[in-house]
Write a protein that binds this ligand. Sequence first.
Ligand SMILES: Cc1cc2nc3c(=O)[nH]c(=O)nc-3n(C[C@H](O)[C@H](O)[C@H](O)COP(=O)(O)OP(=O)(O)OC[C@H]3O[C@@H](n4cnc5c(N)ncnc54)[C@H](O)[C@@H]3O)c2cc1C
Length: 387
Amino acid sequence: MALPSRLVYDCLVIGAGIQGSFTAYHLAKNGKRTLLLEQFPLPHSRGSSHGQTRIIRRAYEEEFYTNMMVESYQLWAELEKEAGITLYRKTGLLFFAPSDNEEYESVCKNMEHHKFPWENLTQEQLKAKYPGFVLNPGEAVCLDYDGGVLSADKALRAVQEQFQRMGGLIQDGERVKHIQPGQVVTVTTTADSYQAENIVITAGPWAQKVLSPLSLELPLRTLRINVCYWKEKIPGRSGLLQNFPTFLRVVPDGEIYGLPCREYPGLIKICYHGGNEADPDERELQTKPPQIPDVQILCDFVSKYFPGLHPKPAVMEQCMYTSTPDHNFILDYHPLHKNIVIGSGFSGHGFKLSPLVGKILSELSMGKKPSYDLTPFSIARFKKASL
Ligand SMILES: Cc1cc2nc3c(=O)[nH]c(=O)nc-3n(C[C@H](O)[C@H](O)[C@H](O)COP(=O)(O)OP(=O)(O)OC[C@H]3O[C@@H](n4cnc5c(N)ncnc54)[C@H](O)[C@@H]3O)c2cc1C
């Protein structure tokens, strides 16, 4: 049902990526008259939420994320039920790291503490379950049985459709140009102007551009991610296409992750968890010399660990991360305006938690006590955040 454009909305959400869409969905579930604004015609591939797949896992170094994943899995199942579709495919997630790695120890401790289904694997067990993978001397690997793949594009569409079914309104192709704070906030876009008692800013890599005119500087870095897909040298020979779980591997240059073949028949997705700084409006232009030779790191990795694959990517796409210095999210109020809520800094790992992020941002916006301790996500943790 379309809402008239001149009313004062209970809440206006800026940015229809996965975080803004889930926030709008939870607000509508709570009976709030909600408008979701998006700068590009939907769907689009300029932000962080597009593409077919994302990893979901319980295995987290930080206890607070491990804990939050319990409800996140439940909320994904709820959306699947409401929308009548399957979004989660269980494949298991292998987490490899040097055996003395602190992150690895914390992951195992957290999995054990929560009694999640998991186990450490020996070289023989790994080979028996996943013949395409090898364990190096001095490395350990554990299996998070509930790890798997989320269908990202489908999920985004499903959550937006559910929001609209509950009476929410999406206006796409309208960029927010100006926000006038106040008891009632006025938001001016390239097409219209709207009023709302509360707003939520979930603008992904554009967050800082939206926040600077509101006198808030956050230590956010926007990174261009090269999403690489790899082809078998001899079709059908590597055995990887039949039995490929999701994986994360700590390597000397950072972290590399992989997902089974979904996007393109015969190709496996293996990516570097990081990238080089880029403006989201000019991501195709390489304005600065790259600091991280991400694609070369991947080529070396693939030729070492997956000799059955061509060591050059067959397809390369782009996506954006918005990273904080500690890689934890920002879920907080604007320090000067209690009716402006900010969800940002998802640092390349926010998709799996988005149903819960949306719930938390909606709680903040409705003035409810948030369901989780938000200290790790506060703006106050940054010395550099300035007004
Ligand atoms: C390659 C890649 C792989 C990833 N893999 C995983 C994974 O395996 N598991 C996982 O959990 N996470 C993963 N992530 C992270 C996850 O996808 C992101 O954390 C998440 O999509 C962030 O969503 P968002 O809504 O904050 O941002 P976006 O999706 O970028 O949404 C922000 C929206 O705001 C809109 N907007 C901005 N400014 C304005 C304005 N002025 N007016 C109107 N609209 C505006 C933008 O157009 C955009 O649509 C990955 C990310 C990438 C890029």
